[in-house]
Structures are given as structure tokens and as C-alpha cells.
Design a protein around this ligand. Structure first.
Ligand SMILES: Nc1ncnc2c1ncn2[C@@H]1O[C@H](COP(=O)(O)OP(=O)(O)OP(=O)(O)O)[C@@H](O)[C@H]1O
Ligand SMILES: [Mg+2]
Length: 303
């Protein structure tokens, strides 16, 4: 009797261990902590607010932003849409501290970046990467050296560690075979992929993409959008993607913001965006000029 009891006990412990191992595998709990692993956090958006824009105003000759409010949660990808000149790039530059707002607050992890000194702003830019509209990479360096650059800047001197990490990053952006090429030898899409690999090299928390698919043919644009989605989830990046490309946002965005007249005109998930009966949203989706809509429709959208 006692023997049977022990047999059952041993068998059930064995089963429990097996289930635990399986569960860890499925949830990625066994993920490597090697230098090539960028982060080990979970890949779902959380309720933690990472970035917040509160009543942000910015004017140049004309007002561009007239009091925008925007929240980005950890692990989330927010897509920002708007007509040309609506202030999308300005919004990204404000988030990374390249521009200062005239009024309002920009808060990163609870700290207002407006009151940061240069040294703290430099630290912020290590946490928040910015992929510029033209996906710039250095033309005097190979792809491999471009991607290694931020690692060297971080002070990593172990060449093997650098090369392992670069190989991991090139693989992540599907450019394993292009490491030795120079900028001139790359297509526009590959330049953007290399710029993304470089932007995530130093393991940022946030990545800001300015028009990542603009200028690409629809097929390359689609595969780059998929790549961005994959990386954002795989590396648990929090990101803001500014674009005109609705197809790109369909693939990458958890939430969509539409700017109009310097304000957030619409905010919602993909379904709410596509089901919206707001005339400005509908016109945007249909690719129509809002000012060509009948007067009554414009009035009902606050335009
Ligand atoms: N440094 C600057 N000095 C003066 N005006 C600026 C500056 N940066 C942006 N602007 C102006 O602010 C407005 C918004 O510019 P922004 O680049 O944010 O537009 P956008 O929405 O990104 O447009 P696009 O879709 O064409 O890239 C534009 O009228 C632009 O000329
Ligand atoms: Mg822009």
C-alpha cells in the first residue's frame, strides 16, 4: 500500500516537472540571457505608461501642435497618422528631446524631459531610439560596422561580444548576408532595415519610427512592416510609428492616433479606426481630401 502511494507520488512529481518545463518553453521562459539577447521582458502591452504628452503646444511660423495629449504604454505600438505637415515628425522630435515644446509636458517614465539637462537628455536618447524619415546610416561604414557603432559608443570593447551581437541583430532584420555591404550598395528597403538594426543595437526601451515604409514598393513595405511588428514583439519594444501608410499601421499598430489641426482628432484600436463614422477618419481611410467633402460632413467632424 505504502509502496503504491510512493509510486503515485513519484509519478505525479515527474509529471509536474514535465508540465513546468513545457510551460517555460511555451512562454519563452528559457530565453537566453547571452549578450545577443536584447531583453527578457514579456511581449504584451502592459498598463504601465512609458511616455505621456500632456497638453503639448508647438509653433514655428504657424501653430503646429495646439495641445496634444498622448499616452504610450510599455510594450505597445502606437501608430500616428496625419496629413503632411500635421506635426507627426515634430511630435517624435519632441518625445526624444530634439525639440522643446512651447507649452505642456513630455513625460518619460515619470520624468518630465523638458526639465532635463543635456547629460540626462543624452541618457534619454540611449533609452529612446529614433529611426529617421530617411533611415540614415553612415556611408563610410559597412552595414556590420554601422550596427556595431552604438555598441562601441556604449563602451563595449570585447570584439567577440560586439560581433556576436551584430550577427544576432543582422539576423533579426534578415540581413545576415549583407554585413559587408556599404550604403551605396543597398536598396532603400535594406537601408531602412540596417537603420533599424542599428537603432535597436543598444537595447533601447522605445523606438520611434518616422515613415519607415515611405518610398518603398508595396511588397517591400509590407515585409518591412512585418519585420517591425516581429521585432517590436520579440524584443518587447515600445514604439511610436509615424506614417501615411495605412497598410503599415494595419500590420504594426496596437492603437492608432490621427492628428488634425494640431490636435488628436481620433484615438482607438484598429477596429474602431476602420469602423469609425467620423467623416475625417473616413476621408483619410479613403484617401480623399477632407476639404473636398460636403460642408455638412466637415462640420460634423469639427472641421
Ligand atoms: N525646425 C523647424 N523649423 C520651422 N518649421 C518647422 C520645423 N520643423 C517642422 N516645421 C514645420 O512644422 C510643420 C509640421 O512639420 P512635420 O515635419 O512635423 O510634418 P509631418 O506631419 O511630419 O509631415 P510629413 O508627413 O510631410 O513628413 C510643417 O509646416 C513644417 O514646415
Ligand atoms: Mg514627417
Amino acid at each position: 500500500m505504502l509502496f503504491k502511494f510512493f509510486l503515485v507520488l513519484i509519478f505525479s512529481s515527474y509529471l509536474a516537472i514535465l508540465v513546468l518545463i513545457l510551460a517555460r518553453r511555451l512562454t519563452g521562459g528559457t530565453r537566453s540571457q547571452s549578450p545577443t539577447s536584447l531583453t527578457s521582458q514579456s511581449s504584451e502591452p502592459s498598463s504601465e505608461i512609458l511616455i505621456e504628452l500632456r497638453d503639448v503646444h508647438k509653433s514655428f511660423d504657424q501653430p503646429v501642435l495646439r495641445g496634444i495629449n498622448l499616452v504610450v504604454h510599455r510594450g505597445e505600438t502606437v501608430g500616428v497618422l496625419g496629413r503632411s505637415g500635421s506635426g507627426k515628425s515634430v511630435t517624435l522630435k519632441l518625445i526624444v528631446g530634439l525639440l522643446k515644446p512651447d507649452r505642456g509636458h513630455i513625460v518619460f517614465k515619470g520624468e518630465d524631459i523638458i526639465s532635463m539637462n543635456e547629460s540626462n537628455l543624452l541618457k534619454l536618447r540611449k533609452r529612446v531610439s529614433y529611426v529617421f524619415q530617411r533611415g540614415a546610416i553612415f556611408d563610410f561604414l559597412s552595414v556590420r560596422e554601422n550596427v556595431a557603432y552604438p555598441l562601441r559608443e556604449m563602451g563595449i570593447t570585447d570584439e567577440q561580444e560586439i560581433q556576436e551581437r551584430v550577427s544576432y541583430l543582422l539576423e533579426a532584420v534578415e540581413m545576415e548576408s549583407m554585413g559587408d555591404l556599404q550604403k551605396d550598395e543597398l536598396s532603400t528597403g535594406s537601408k531602412k532595415q540596417a537603420a533599424i538594426a542599428r537603432a535597436i543595437a543598444n537595447n533601447p526601451e522605445v523606438i520611434l519610427y518616422d515613415e519607415p515604409t515611405t518610398g518603398l514598393d508595396p511588397i517591400i513595405g509590407k515585409s518591412l512592416s512585418r519585420l517591425i511588428r516581429k521585432l517590436n514583439k520579440q524584443e518587447n519594444l515600445t514604439s511610436v510609428v509615424v506614417t501615411h501608410d495605412l497598410k503599415c499601421l494595419e500590420t504594426v499598430a496596437d492603437r492608432i492616433i490621427l492628428l488634425k489641426d494640431g490636435l488628436v482628432h481620433f484615438e482607438g484600436d484598429q477596429e474602431q479606426f476602420h469602423d469609425s463614422s467620423d467623416p475625417f477618419v473616413e476621408a483619410f481611410i479613403a484617401g480623399k481630401r477632407f476639404d473636398e467633402l460636403p460642408f455638412q460632413e466637415r462640420v460634423s467632424s469639427g472641421g
